[in-house]
Design a protein around this ligand. Structure first.
Ligand SMILES: Cc1cc2nc3c(=O)[nH]c(=O)nc-3n(C[C@H](O)[C@H](O)[C@H](O)COP(=O)(O)OP(=O)(O)OC[C@H]3O[C@@H](n4cnc5c(N)ncnc54)[C@H](O)[C@@H]3O)c2cc1C
Length: 429
């Protein structure tokens, strides 16, 4: 992917070494560009929670040389939807049914995998910075907190007063808002209606407890328990040895504090909020280690008018452009698609003056799709609050999951770039 190198080598500055920033770095180095990432944390800092790598993300990562299965990513094969009371609503052969969504796109070339975030980050970082990869290795500078971005001159200013200038700046800093005001000064991130507890439990612990042993004996699964306004999502990761829990609940019920990601959460709050859930769920919640239990507010934002600055030297990607609620597990996938699209659009570049036009193509490729899936995500999450347990369960899969999976962003972006380059040739002759 991205082997079609550009004739000109750009200096690309990426703010934020999260999932999106690192993916963009891999795609851009493969297009032949020099990439430096500036990350505010003092070192790699992803903590214990896990992430779904859906088909549309997996197909792209594999082409970039990142196979999450190599780092313990578990293939999702069964999906069980359950009422909070314990009544089984659906036991789905997810492997078979979801492959059918893919039809002729990247069927059999991608899998739906569940993996630890820290493991994914490690793989992405290695692919971005390794001396063995295609193109110049990217450099990650930690402890470099960016205070502001000048989109016109592609200059970033750090909180310590120093600056760096490149040909192109990519804002991949997540939900925080440093560069977004270059595109829309008024737009604000807001707390969503929900917060989420996250923690991991070992499979060993689940199997050692007679209350949970039978249910959790099944591997390669995702289970979702629904009540009117809350849900508990469990999925496997780390070669099935860990069970990742995400417990979504109305934000008013817990004390999640924005920005305090590393503060342990109150376990008694978790047990109180989910007290109506069936005994085996409660038995698992009791196993949450208070030292690593976290509660996060879930963010949302109005839609930006564009993912690029009007002066054309700044592009936003991932949560910086479109913060995602977790209900469709597509936020990381959209950041990955954005990164790949930027790599495609910056390939076959003849001169620096083409950057603004290429960024417009990036925006064309990404804007409608990312904002539509963002809206679908809201609907799924919102309906799980408003409607009864049965319809929430049906909506989450059947109505909305078929749209994201079959897409192949590399092919889609290549088609847009190809059309643009072809129209120029036609104009010349
Ligand atoms: C509970 C929950 C569950 C989720 N589950 C899934 C899932 O299963 N599948 C999925 O696809 N998505 C999921 N998501 C969404 C996904 O985590 C995000 O959409 C994804 O991490 C966005 O990636 P990003 O690179 O844009 O931002 P981030 O991963 O947030 O990375 C941003 C980086 O920028 C750095 N940074 C911030 N400010 C600065 C600064 N001023 N200077 C320098 N660096 C800075 C940060 O330290 C961070 O490393 C979930 C989200 C939540 C909250």
């Amino acid at each position: 992917m991205g082997h079609t190198k550009a004739a000109v080598q750009l200096n690309v500055l990426i703010v934020g070494a999260g999932i999106g920033g690192l993916t963009a770095a891999i795609a851009l180095r493969r297009a032949g560009h020099h990439v430096e990432l500036f990350e505010s944390t003092s070192g790699p800092s992803e903590i214990g929670a896990a992430i779904n790598i859906c088909y549309n993300a997996d197909v792209l990562l594999r082409r970039l040389g990142v196979n999450v299965a190599d780092a313990g990513g578990v293939r999702m094969e069964r999906l069980r939807l359950v009422k909070a009371s314990g009544e089984l609503l659906q036991d789905q052969d997810f492997l078979k049914d979801s492959q059918a969504f893919l039809k002729d796109s990247h069927r059999y070339q991608s899998e739906y995998r569940l993996t630890l975030r820290a493991a994914l980050h490690g793989q992405l970082r290695e692919a971005a910075t390794s001396h063995n990869g295609h193109g110049p290795p990217a450099k990650v500078s930690y402890g470099r907190s960016v205070a502001s971005v000048d989109a016109e001159t592609a200059t970033i200013s750090f909180t310590n007063g120093s600056t760096a200038q490149g040909d192109l700046v990519i804002g991949a800093y997540g939900v925080t808002s440093i560069a977004r005001k270059q595109i829309d000064a008024k737009i604000r991130v807001r707390n969503g209606r929900h917060s989420a507890f996250r923690f991991l439990v070992s499979e060993k612990e689940a199997l050692a407890d007679s209350r949970t042993a039978e249910w959790f004996a099944m591997r390669n699964t995702m289970d979702i328990w629904y009540s009117g306004d809350s849900k508990v999502v469990m999925y496997r990761c780390q070669n099935n040895e860990l069970l990742n829990f995400v417990c979504v609940h109305p934000a008013t019920k817990s004390t999640a504090i924005a920005g305090e990601w590393h503060r342990p959460a109150d376990k008694s709050e978790l047990l109180e909020i989910f007290s109506e859930f069936e005994p085996k769920v409660l038995a698992m919640l009791e196993k949450a280690d208070p030292k690593s239990l976290r509660v996060y507010p879930l963010f949302d934002m109005e839609t930006l008018p564009s993912f690029i600055s009007p002066t054309g030297r700044l592009a936003l990607l991932g949560d910086a452009a479109h913060p995602f609620l977790p209900h469709l597990a597509q936020g990381g996938a959209m950041a990955i698609e954005d990164g790949v699209s930027l790599g495609v659009m910056m390939s076959r570049l003849e001169g620096r003056d083409e950057i603004p036009e290429r960024l417009k193509l990036y925006n064309q490729a990404r804007y409608e799709r990312a904002t539509l899936i963002q809206e679908y995500t809201r609907i799924v999450g919102g309906d799980s609050v408003k409607s009864d347990e049965n319809s929430a369960a049906e909506l989450s899969l059947n109505e909305y999951m078929q749209y994201p999976y079959p897409h192949d962003e590399q092919r889609a972006s290549e088609a847009i770039l190809h059309k643009c380059l072809e129209s120029k040739q036609t104009a010349v002759y």
